[in-house]
Ligand binder design. Structure first.
Ligand code: TMP
Length: 220
């Protein structure tokens, strides 16, 4: 049991979660709340190297099982190096994707047996689990269009291996997230990703301030 508070953001490609998690991080930091903003896959140098393999569009031959294990390896390193220490220090950790992404993408999307994924997640997470998960729900057709525009405007490495998947894959991922949220309604906050950035942020910030434990809230 940690003394901090662990918030994860999830959703299909281009749902807007990365914009929202950055806004939330600025919002909490401006109120003097000790916040760590991180992401998966990645979040520390070794896991970032694994991220580069996972998202490289040239790695089309990566097998679903190897992919799953790389996500688990990146997560094990990230939890050990970043997430656990921050939670133990009483910080609020905001993580852009976490273990639910593995269930949505590798189980619902790729079709890998859920029991294999749950077992790997259990080990990789090392007892850490999100206190709150914000699901930015969005039609994959809309999200993919946004994601493709963003990738075309980027000059860095083309992290688009998943954006190249066919639409039915992304619909299965969305259905997976919706199923996870239905299974754990107390943990999930579902936000409509087709609203404006301002509307979405207003909904998220109001809900999150209400849920953060009193002791961590400082001057919210
Ligand atoms: P991002 O686009 O949010 O940075 O996420 C990177 C990609 O990795 C995204 O397409 C979702 C995918 N992903 C998985 O397939 N499984 C996982 O466990 C995680 C964390 C991400």
């Amino acid at each position: 049991m940690h003394v901090g508070y662990f918030i994860t953001f999830e959703g299909v490609e281009g749902c807007g979660k990365t914009t929202q998690i950055k806004l939330l991080s600025e919002f909490l930091s401006a109120r003097g709340i000790r916040t760590v903003l991180t992401r998966e896959p990645g979040g520390c140098p070794i896991a970032d190297k694994i991220r580069a393999i996972l998202l490289d569009a040239e790695n089309q031959a990566l097998s679903p099982l190897a992919e799953l294990m790389l996500y688990a390896a990146a997560r094990a390193q990230h939890v050990t190096e970043v997430i656990s220490p921050a939670l133990d220090a009483g910080k609020i950790v905001l993580c852009d994707r976490f273990c639910d992404a593995t269930v949505a993408y590798q189980s619902f999307g790729r079709g890998i047996d859920r029991t294999v994924i749950d077992a790997l997640n259990l080990h990789a997470c090392q007892g850490v689990s999100p206190d709150l998960t914000v699901l930015v729900d969005c039609d994959p057709t809309v999200g993919l269009e946004r994601a493709r525009r963003r990738i075309e405007a980027t000059s860095g490495p083309r992290e688009e291996r998943f954006e190249l998947e066919a639409l039915p894959f992304h619909h299965r991922v969305r259905a997976g997230y919706q199923q996870l949220a239905a299974d754990e309604p107390d943990r999930f906050l579902i936000i409509n990703g087709s609203d404006t950035i301002e509307e979405i942020f207003a909904a998220i910030s109001a809900q999150i301030v209400a849920r953060i434990p009193e002791a961590l809230r400082a001057v919210c």
